[in-house]
Design a protein around this ligand. Structure first.
Ligand SMILES: NC(=O)c1ccc[n+]([C@@H]2O[C@H](COP(=O)([O-])OP(=O)(O)OC[C@H]3O[C@@H](n4cnc5c(N)ncnc54)[C@H](OP(=O)(O)O)[C@@H]3O)[C@@H](O)[C@H]2O)c1
Length: 292
């Protein structure tokens, strides 16, 4: 397969006006991928908290005055990809998870109210309990862990206000320009991956163009990956595609139990649009190619 080929399902956003965008969490894994896509096409101010990246500005979400002042600086769009993301960390400190994942959304809403600035909150499939075959936007949420509860609470704030957008995304895989939380799992001699967790993961480089196709919408949207796989299958296939020496060890049930409950099956599908991430074969060929 030609690695230069655009993966199937990889959409190109329609030519858009150049927007002024605030990207919160640009130093993160997902935020870095979004920065790569957005920065050449729009006027983007990106933020970091603890990992300084040249060109990004420092912001702690807990500095509410600074967050509000930044958000009120006349942006067309605020893409919110910052917060406490590791599920175990959120489970261990629910107050901190609320402080970083929920409270900043209140501050942002207050800051942009009436200004015409739109908020795009990146949310998660962890707002669901994972007992259904697939999840569409209107399906009832029932988070089983602290992280999922904070994402649901942040969604509620945004949706109560109206005029803004929540995009729920699943597990994201790929290589970020600076933060690589996904590939870090394959950095050691072995990695444990669960055979009893099913997902429809999304390839990072497809996310920016997909959001650019969707950000004129309001309410809740899902953006899921095309293929449904277990975590073990995903890690094994990424390991194989990149020819890494890491041994991927299958685990399930008791042996895989962690401090945090995880929904067993998370497949995001949309009734509001037709976009899906690229299929796994195309995404892995791209990931292994020279152009990532
Ligand atoms: N990764 C996934 O598979 C996935 C799946 C579904 C949804 N999401 C959502 O996507 C978003 C980004 O996730 P990610 O995987 O990119 O996480 P990540 O790599 O951990 O990045 C988190 C970002 O938040 C920033 N941040 C953390 N604490 C902060 C604070 N106190 N003040 C200001 N910024 C702070 C980090 O800055 P520093 O790094 O500079 O400290 C970083 O830029 C989150 O909303 C997450 O819920 C991710």
């Amino acid at each position: 397969m030609n690695p230069y080929r655009r993966p199937a399902g990889w959409c190109e956003a329609p030519p858009d006006a150049r927007l002024r965008i605030l990207l919160l969490g640009a130093s993160g894994f997902v935020g870095g991928g979004l920065w790569t896509y957005l920065a050449p096409r729009h006027e983007v101010v990106g933020t970091y908290a603890t990992r300084p990246i040249p060109g990004l500005v420092r912001l702690d979400l807990r500095d509410e005055g600074r967050l509000a002042a930044l958000a009120a600086d006349g942006f067309d769009l605020v893409v919110h990809a910052a917060g406490l993301v590791p599920l175990e960390a959120a489970e261990a400190d629910p107050a901190l998870a609320h402080r970083l994942n929920v409270r900043p959304v209140e501050v942002l809403l207050d800051a942009v109210r009436g200004s015409g600035t739109k908020l795009l909150l990146l949310s998660s499939d962890n707002v669901f309990d994972g007992t259904r075959d697939r999840y569409e936007e209107a399906d009832p949420r029932a988070p089983v862990n602290v992280y999922g509860r904070t994402k649901a609470a942040a969604e509620d704030l945004l949706l109560a206000e109206g005029g803004h957008l929540v995009v729920r995304i699943p597990l994201v895989f790929g290589r970020g320009p600076w933060a690589n939380t996904f590939l870090a799992r394959l950095a050691g001699p072995t990695t444990v991956a669960r055979t009893d967790l099913v997902c429809a993961p999304v390839y990072l480089p497809s996310l920016g163009p997909a959001l650019a196709r969707l950000w004129h919408r309001t309410g809740v949207l899902h953006y899921g990956g095309s293929d449904v796989v277990t975590r073990f299958e995903l890690m094994s296939r990424v390991r194989q595609a990149l020819d890494l020496p890491t041994r991927v060890v299958a685990a399930e049930g008791e042996e895989a139990r962690t401090a945090c409950r995880r929904p067993p099956r998370l497949v995001l599908r949309s009734t509001r649009h037709r976009l899906l991430g690229p299929d796994l074969d195309s995404a892995l060929a791209h990931l292994a190619g020279p152009n990532t």
